[in-house]
Design a protein around this ligand. Structure first.
Ligand SMILES: C[S@@+](CC[C@H](N)C(=O)[O-])C[C@H]1O[C@@H](n2cnc3c(N)ncnc32)[C@H](O)[C@@H]1O
Length: 324
């Protein structure tokens, strides 16, 4: 069932224009998904593409697509946060472009067995990959304060405390194992928004999905890995779907593209040297979908693309690492 569900690539033309693929180039599609970006890259230049996805179902689709482009597409199962190591293991040190289209794909959200959706009943899983705790593990073991924090921070749910309390009360009766039960628990304490048609379970499900997959941590590590992998002149294109993700991308690119602070008696010389911009923004403002795309593909409505070109300057230190 999964493979027949269609994922319409979002901001496809804009992403390809930003990456500006050239013959002989090597590009990374860090969120292979249904292969929409990879296919378009392979069609637009005589280039090679490495597709990465943490979801084994996406990798299976990738193997089928690779047969259409012999010797030009390789797919690797893994996280884009580990992109530099994954590529090094395949003998690749530098690339000409990196695309990230973060979040879930239509086949993931539409497949009840994956447990992402509050619209269909399924096991409360929500993992994009095969490892780590499931959403059921989180809702059945995290304490009330931690649950409220996750739901508030990652779902921006104002009634997070109320939802956490209801979850803890419900799991005392029986562990929460199914998406439909969790959705009902949330709906019993969060009223329907007036006129916006948004299901009250939306924000809590989003929060659990982001938490279970450490999506913001992955994004931070992925951006930094792309910075270290891109050759001078290489392009980075990132499509995000909500403000939490876009904030990360914007902050990363702002820091990496800002001129170094002017040296003063109080600024150590090494700190100034470490801050030459490693990226040049392709446009100051993010690119939003056209009206036609938003009309034809509801998933695209909240999407934004930010893109930048790698400079000659060394990469900034990776998160948690000191400047060399
Ligand atoms: C929105 S879809 C990408 C769709 C793709 N651009 C296309 O046009 O078909 C996101 C994909 O990224 C994958 N993904 C999300 N986070 C990931 C991560 N940290 N590492 C690797 N893959 C990830 C998901 O499993 C999903 O398949």
């Amino acid at each position: 069932m999964t493979d027949t569900r269609i994922h319409i690539p979002v901001l496809l033309e804009e992403v390809i224009a930003a990456l500006s693929p050239r013959d002989g180039g090597l590009y990374v599609d860090g969120t292979f998904g249904a292969g929409g970006y990879s296919r378009a890259l392979l069609r637009s230049a005589s280039c090679r593409v490495i597709g990465i996805d943490r979801d084994p179902a996406a990798i299976e689709r990738g193997r089928a697509l690779a047969q259409e482009f012999p010797g030009r597409l390789e797919v690797i199962e893994g996280r884009f946060g580990d992109m530099a190591t994954l590529l090094a293991d395949h003998g690749v040190g530098k690339v000409d472009g990196v695309a990230l289209d973060v979040g879930v794909s239509s086949p993931q959200i539409d497949e009840p067995e994956r447990g992402f959706s509050f619209r269909f009943d399924g096991p409360l899983d929500m993992r994009m990959g095969r490892d780590g705790p499931t959403a059921a593990d989180v809702v059945n073991t995290a304490d009330e304060a931690e649950l409220a924090d996750i739901i508030y921070q990652l779902g921006e749910e104002r009634m997070a405390r109320r939802v956490a309390r209801a979850i803890v009360a419900a799991r005392r009766e029986a562990p929460i194992e199914r998406t439909a039960r969790l959705a009902d628990i949330i709906r019993s304490v969060v009223p329907k928004g007036k006129g916006d048609g948004i299901d009250p379970a939306t924000r809590t499900f989003q929060a659990l999905r982001i938490h279970v997959n450490d999506e913001l941590g992955e994004l931070r590590r992925g951006l930094s890995a792309a910075e270290s992998l891109l050759a001078p002149g290489g392009r980075l294109a990132v499509v995000s779907f909500h403000s939490l993700e876009d904030r990360e991308v914007k902050a990363f690119l702002r820091e990496r593209s800002s001129p170094p602070p002017s040296p003063s008696r109080h600024t150590p010389v090494t700190a100034v040297a470490a801050h030459h911009p490693s990226f040049r923004l392709l446009s100051r403002k993010p690119v939003d979908p056209s009206e036609a795309e938003a009309r034809n593909n509801p998933r695209a409505r909240s999407a934004r693309l930010r893109a930048a070109e790698r400079t000659e300057a060394p990469a900034f230190p990776a998160p948690g690492k000191e400047a060399a």
